[in-house]
Design a protein around this ligand. Sequence first.
Ligand SMILES: [Fe+2]
Ligand SMILES: [Fe+2]
Length: 296
Amino acid sequence: MTLRLAHVTDIHWQTPPSAADLLSPKRMLGTANLYLRGRRHHFTREVQSALVSHLQDLQPDLVVISGDLTAQALESEFALARRELAPVLDVVPTLVVPGNHDVYAPDAVKSARMQKHFGPWMHHQGPLARLDLGHVTVLGLNPNAPRLVTSHGVVPEVQLDALRDTLAEPDLKGRSVVLVTHYPVVDRRGALYDGWSHGLINAQALVDVLESAPCRPAMVLHGHVHHGYVGTIALSDTEVPTYDPGSSGYAYMPTHRRAAGMNVYTLEADSHSVERFLFEGDRFRPEPGGPYATGR
Ligand SMILES: [Fe+2]
Ligand SMILES: [Fe+2]
């Protein structure tokens, strides 16, 4: 009973916006940030392509993408992401949850743009996303909504209720449950990541659901913070590890201690191990010294 799960996040495929796209005030601000302040150079096609090749080489049983496929939720960005990921999506069971950049402006939500391109891999089952494979159940949340200035998230009450109900299902006992959400629940020191500008402002409500759940997740997977880290959600009788591989599309900038990351979890019946891979100039390689040893 072993399953290898590959986790990538925050790939941020980007294309230039059209004049019509810039009618959104949020996107005008975002475009200035990308093109005038240089944020677009934080992510490169070279690394994004190497990531897809690496996933093909790994041949995992399952892929989880924890959001921020795009920069500004443009039609052309989702089309590019879908095209680039095709070699993976076509052959490996994959679950994709949205990130805040995938619902960047109200037009993207109104037109259900992500669902249009990635619907079959979003695995909606009511308010949650859910994918069952072997002894593993992956559950996905969507705390994202367009914001004009901040980039915070809120898990809607209906999703918290659905998660509470799902984690109480008798059938889930004995399965390895993986919870996926774009936003971190805790920071690298274990404190709630619930700040107004960038955080999950009702992170405590999510922790409360986990605290009272008969079946706790084996791990929580997330992104959003582009520098990867491991966190710990401390419950009264156990700890739940959280994993952020770091942006999987990050430009290679070793002098800034910046490199794209991705993780592979080997899930046994009641334990798991972690491998982390970093882009090292030409391809993704195992992180020297073991997962998170380099501090990148
Ligand atoms: Fe991101
Ligand atoms: Fe994000």
